[in-house]
Design a protein around this ligand. Sequence first.
Ligand code: HXC
Length: 264
Amino acid sequence: MPYTNNSWKSDLFSGKVVLVTGGAGTICRQQTEALIQLGANAAIIGRNVSKTENAAKEMSSIRPGAKVIGLGGVDVRNVNDLVKAVERTVQELGKVDLVICGAAGNFLADVNHLSSNAFKTVVDIDLLGSYNTIKACYEQLVKNKGSVIFVSATLHYYGLPFQAHVSAAKAGIDALNQVLAVELGPVGVRFNVIAPGAIGGTEGFDRLNRESIDAIKARIPLQRLGTTSDIADATVFLFSPAGDYITGTITVVDGGLWHTGNGG
Ligand code: HXC
């Protein structure tokens, strides 16, 4: 579904450049498309070369004159990959103002079947990958008084079985967000987390069966699944000048689900 929301000024992000890890994925793609539609240029970073490049090509048609580059073959676990990707972005788009750390990996596994390496793999992609992204973008963020959004989750607010690896990683991301907000606030860089709840049409959600989806939906106080546009709207707000005094926060976009004590 294309992003549409007429509440925002169409040139809100004119002249801004956003760098997005996992930008070809469902949620991050919609976040990026919203920013492009509202004037930004974008660099999409991913491991899969054709998926990343094709997504960038498609996204450049969202707005006449939009520049969107796809940088595939980049593994966020490797900080040098990211340093090169930032260099390419600066060469081709001039700078980096906004960063979305969205690259993530996940699967369901109970602790007995979750090897040490499997746990490490997800922590490395989600948490270390987010840290590496900030390391690689550091100079650009400070120079341009940039703003960062980490894509986290709500499942670590309660104990969700089969999700030890991703829960540990996302809790770490929330902690990283707080530290960076305090450390880099004085030089004008903002950090915030968006924690999506049950978002329809995502890879993780599509792995659930119909019964589980209906059961989750019935528990959501706002009585519907979230959409990728819900996440995009929170992104636009936090990156916009309306969010200028907001840093170190977690914006939960879940229709109130986690307050029911069980989001899974
Ligand atoms: C148990 C598994 C497993 C599974 C992999 N492993 N899949 N263990 N159950 N289903 C184990 C492997 O056996 C191996 O351990 C270790 O994990 C590393 O696996 P690799 O395949 O070598 O790693 P890699 O190729 O880097 O793949 C990473 C991945 C993969 C996370 C395992 O699923 C991936 O790349 N996913 C990206 C796409 C994705 O998942 N998107 C959904 C994101 S949704 P051993 O011991 O054998 O060496 C999301 C939302 C989070 O993140 C919030 C949820 C609500």
